[in-house]
Design a protein around this ligand. Structure first.
Ligand code: VOV
Length: 247
């Protein structure tokens, strides 16, 4: 039987998608709205401090389309810390005006397919990728995915060397987008409904489409990839959020 590839797991990750309840927000007083934003800004600042101390990372994004309005993405060394911060956020005033839209629980994952003699447990480059500072690039694209397990194409029945070959080809396509798209692959087998979360960053939106389209022709995606829903959006600061929420 084919054997599993060793995985190296880094920080835990919560993608928290929310919709703004505009009706409730507009009914609130200016004072209540200010209070909600100030409290959230303080919480975001505390998460940014954690990022500065290299104990996690945070990103705030505005999502386009009707699936969600906001995405708050947090990384932490343990899942307990993520659970706590989710609870803390849910208790804020702002959260009273946000409707849960979707969430994804996963852990930053690298596999040994590409390790090539390096020890991922000590190699500084591997370690930095396992505990990443989320890129401050303008645009984000997130989607969950699976590897196929049907009678004809079953990823888990392929030999390890063959999977390594397919992943190598995948990596070569990805490398063409160096400087244009950055990827954070998170593993979610046993944690969420799909097997991986794909979080991409770009300076230019169109690069997501170009990369994902090109990858569809790689054998590993063409034969073995199944995708969930796509969410795309833009990175936002506290000041941007104040403008978004202004009514
Ligand atoms: C900038 C783009 C880019 C680059 C450079 C890149 C490179 C690499 C390398 C070198 C490796 C293997 C080693 C490791 O690091 O784990 C991976 C791994 C992985 N990828 Fe990837 N990927 C990219 C981008 C990228 C995209 C756009 C997708 C979605 C697929 C698509 O069709 O939409 C994807 C998926 C994955 C997955 C699900 C895995 C884990 C598979 C597993 O079975 O373990 N990935 N990926």
């Amino acid at each position: 039987m084919p054997e599993a590839v060793e995985t190296f797991d880094g920080w835990y990750c919560l993608h928290d998608f929310r919709q703004i309840d505009w009706t409730a927000w507009k009914l609130a007083s200016q004072e209540e709205r200010n209070q909600a934003l100030n409290e959230f800004n303080a919480l975001l600042s505390s998460w940014e401090d954690i990022e500065a101390n290299r104990n996690g990372s945070v990103g705030l994004y505005q999502i386009i389309g009707q699936k969600a309005d906001l995405l708050i993405m947090n990384l932490r060394p343990t899942m307990d810390e993520l659970t706590d911060l989710e609870t803390e956020f849910n208790k804020t005033k702002l959260a009273e005006f946000l409707i849960p839209a979707y969430s994804y629980v996963s852990v930053v994952e690298l596999s040994a397919y590409m390790a090539k003699g390096k020890d991922p447990n000590t190699d500084p480059e591997f370690q930095a990728r396992l505990k990443p500072v989320l890129p401050k690039w303008d645009h984000i694209c997130f989607y969950p995915m699976d590897r196929k397990k049907d009678a004809v194409n079953n990823w888990y029945m392929e030999e390890k060397d063959e999977r390594g070959r397919l992943m190598y080809e995948h990596g070569m396509t990805g490398r063409k987008y160096a400087g244009k798209v950055r990827q954070i692959i998170t593993g979610s087998i046993g944690f969420d409904d799909w097997e991986w979360g794909v979080t991409l960053y770009a300076h230019e939106m169109l690069q997501f489409k170009k990369l994902i389209y090109e990858m569809r022709f790689d054998e590993v995606s063409a034969r073995f990839a199944e995708f969930g829903e796509f969410y795309v959006g833009h990175r936002k600061t506290k000041e941007d959020l104040e403008k978004i929420m202004a009514v």
